[in-house]
Design a protein around this ligand. Structure first.
Ligand code: UDP
Length: 442
């Protein structure tokens, strides 16, 4: 039995997107799933979690109990609707004020750890950390410097201001978590993080929800034909995620063998620069002459998504950049091989040749070859399917929560030693009294 010091109550900051939003469209994606799933897993270990997010509708309740021990607090900061993600930095003060006011309603030490997600929250976490004198852990989820290395055609690079903001948060946080070793290296090389302050904590999947199941009934529930070969894309529809690469590769396959019963299933809604031309993917299917082979579904809740994966012969993740790729793990957890771009965390999420195939680049011909290599070989696909579900078992949210609790412990240790005085921005008042954390058996 490990004796571990755990915080009593963590303030989780998720400014730009709510864990209560339906993922798969707009700004809601893997980070929302991560924030809620880890909060629930931590609450199950006796650590209370309060998640702060920005109100995006006048109908948002100020506080919602998302699960036992997990509250979501919604802070009014700027207009509810229509505020572009690029304009969110203008609302950092308003959001920070809301978070600080909430804390001020409680006794000192009410929150004994701050965990910020994405750089905008990191900026607020930095301020709250200095005010409350408790450690700050930060998870970037994506990094501008990494995203800007491979920008999709027609997409815009991340602004320089974001990189500046990220660099500040990296310098200020007591500890950082990275999804993969590559992301840790990027934090060190591109952002100047010191190696010994970054923990690698892999994200997970809900392995109860996402598990192998009957393909026939999954297809029936979605209204899909039983005799077609189904290749699926799940995610936010935007150039970064490259659903167009899958559509173009499917057109190549259809051109090579017009009689082949191929269906492409695209699940998700427009996001990012994809919002500027929400019909562009539909237009592409028309111009390539495969509109009749492509089915679009709006964003699906997890239980329906499990059927989407189970109904598929394989799932494609052609992204230009991906800090991890939860979809790849979820699909494999359902026993479905994944063909993914060899970028970012997908190299960790997919074992090329064993649980799927990693593809170099985004050339549709090459993608068609990779898809075909799995689709044409039933034995290989069967082997990959069982390897995939076994591989996915390494990624559970419980495992992620254990990793985060270790990070919290290290953050508290570092914070206790430095009291924040080694920060480039200087001044930090007497450190928080020791002993506010209780010993916990896990
Ligand atoms: N998702 C969902 N419904 C959808 C599409 C996506 O719930 O219709 C979820 C999916 O289960 C996954 C997340 O959105 O957990 C996407 O995470 P990923 O890491 O693949 O991509 P991100 O959105 O973070 O770029």
């Amino acid at each position: 039995m490990v004796r571990r010091r755990s915080p009593d109550r963590v303030a989780v900051l998720s400014l730009h997107t709510s864990p209560l939003a339906q993922p798969g469209t707009g700004d809601a994606g893997g980070m929302n799933v991560y924030v809620l799933a880890t909060a629930k897993a931590m609450a199950a270990r006796g650590v209370e979690v309060e998640i702060f997010t920005r109100a995006t509708s006048s109908r948002d309740e100020p506080v919602v109990e998302a699960a036992d021990g997990v509250l979501v607090r919604t802070i009014a900061a700027g207009p509810f609707e229509g505020l572009d993600k690029n304009d969110l930095p203008t609302q950092l003060c308003a959001f920070a004020a809301g978070v600080l006011r909430e804390e001020a309603r409680h006794d000192p030490g009410y929150y004994d750890m701050i965990h910020s997600h994405y750089w905008l929250s990191g900026q607020v976490g930095w301020l709250a950390r200095d005010r409350w004198r408790v450690p700050l852990v930060h998870t970037a989820h994506t990094l501008a410097a990494v995203k800007n290395r491979s920008v999709a055609a027609g997409d815009r690079p991340e602004p320089a201001a974001r990189e500046i903001g990220e660099r500040q948060v990296v310098a200020e946080a007591d500890r950082l978590t990275a999804n993969t070793a590559d992301e840790k290296q990027a934090l060190v090389d591109a952002y100047g993080a010191s190696e010994d302050t970054v923990d690698i904590v892999a994200p997970g999947a809900d392995l109860t929800m996402f598990s192998p199941g009957d393909r026939g009934s999954a297809r029936a529930s979605l209204g899909l034909a039983q005799d077609e070969t189904v290749v699926t894309f799940v995610g936010r529809i935007q150039p970064l995620k490259a659903p167009d690469v899958l559509v173009a590769a499917a057109a190549v396959l259809a051109g090579r063998d017009p009689g082949r019963p191929l269906r492409v299933l695209v699940v998700g809604g427009p996001s990012g620069t994809g919002l500027e031309r929400p019909d562009s993917l539909i237009d592409l299917t028309r111009s390539l002459g495969i509109a009749h082979r492509v089915t679009f579904l709006p964003p699906q809740p997890p239980e329906r998504l499990a059927d989407v994966y189970r109904a598929s012969d394989l799932v494609a993740v052609p992204s230009y950049s991906e800090s991890f790729g939860l979809v790849a793990i979820e699909a494999q957890a359902c026993g479905v091989p994944v063909v993914a771009a060899d970028v970012g965390g997908l190299g960790t999420a997919v074992r090329s040749g064993e649980t799927g195939v990693l593809v170099d680049g985004h050339d549709p011909e090459r993608w068609a070859d990779a898809l075909d290599s799995v689709l044409r070989d039933d034995d290989l696909r069967g082997r990959m399917a069982s390897n995939a579900s076994r591989h996915a078992r390494n990624f559970s949210w419980d495992h992620t929560a254990d990793g985060l609790l270790e990070t919290y412990e290290r953050a508290a240790w570092r914070f206790g030693r430095t009291g924040g005085v080694d920060r480039p921005t200087g001044e930090f008042s007497p450190r928080r009294p020791r002993g506010l954390w209780r010993m916990r058996r896990t």
